[in-house]
Design a protein around this ligand. Structure first.
Ligand code: ADP
Ligand code: 5GP
Length: 206
């Protein structure tokens, strides 16, 4: 069967420090057909972050220009900074048959689900709150004030977990990677995937 290529849109959300980037790094090493959507943000780069690779780091003015130019698939404010998904590259990658991964917070996830209901969403939760606090502190990238704000936000985010298609408790990293890998595989096995195959045309050729 010939496949009419169109990649999936996968939304990954979860509180800051829960392990989204860590899980995604492993998933990218396992699966070859993925595209990571590089977001734009007004937050300053962390040590080791590169412009255009981890984020497009923009001034608030530039971010507002991008909003005015309708460059975003979604955007939101999170703990004092703006974050948004550039539309163009995500659509190009999907059209090229690649599964596009969006690492975005809950307000953005809700916007994407509205405009692309076929998007698959996964909420990643911590095994408990103390562990989340420990991971955020040990990562060493945020000030104690920022950590406090992110933890407060985490409680609000957790209340939205029910709107996601899947829930993944990130306790053991290896297990989490296996589960996310399985979710992506399962989504490619849905019966609606039949639409991707040019069966009718091929039947005519029989
Ligand atoms: P996020 O992208 O969700 O903000 P990170 O991927 O940066 O979170 O992870 C935050 C910290 O937690 C990192 O130091 C990472 O090594 C650690 N971490 C991630 N997953 C696990 C896990 N399953 N068990 C223990 N530590 C983890
Ligand atoms: P961080 O500052 O830790 O990189 O990200 C903070 C939060 O912003 C995380 O929850 C992350 O998923 C979210 N985020 C990153 N990029 C985007 C984006 O393009 N849109 C939205 N809505 N959230 C984003």
């Amino acid at each position: 069967m010939k496949e009419i290529a169109k990649g999936k849109l996968l939304i990954i959300s979860g509180p800051s420090g829960v392990g989204k980037s860590t899980i995604l790094k492993e998933i990218f090493a396992r699966r070859k057909n993925l595209y990571f959507s590089v977001s734009a943000t007004t937050r300053p780069p962390r040590e080791g972050e590169t412009d255009g690779v981890h984020y497009h780091f923009l001034s608030v003015e530039k971010f507002q220009e991008w909003i005015a130019d309708h460059n975003f698939l979604e955007y939101a404010e999170y703990v004092g900074d703006f974050y948004g998904t550039p539309k163009k590259y995500a659509y190009e990658a999907m059209d090229a048959g690649r599964d596009v991964i969006l690492d975005i917070e809950i307000q953005g996830a809700e916007q994407v689900k509205k405009s692309c209901p076929e998007a698959v969403s996964v909420f990643i939760a911590p095994p408990d709150w103390n562990e989340l606090k420990r991971r955020l502190s040990e990562r060493g990238t945020d000030s104690p004030e920022k950590i406090q704000k992110r933890l407060l936000r985490a409680k609000v985010e957790f209340q939205s977990a029910g709107m996601y298609d899947y829930l993944l408790i990130n306790d053991d990293l290896k297990e989490s990677v296996k589960k996310l890998d399985a979710i992506i595989t399962a989504e490619h096995c849905r019966t609606k995937e039949l639409l991707k195959y040019d069966l009718i045309r091929e039947m005519d050729e029989l």
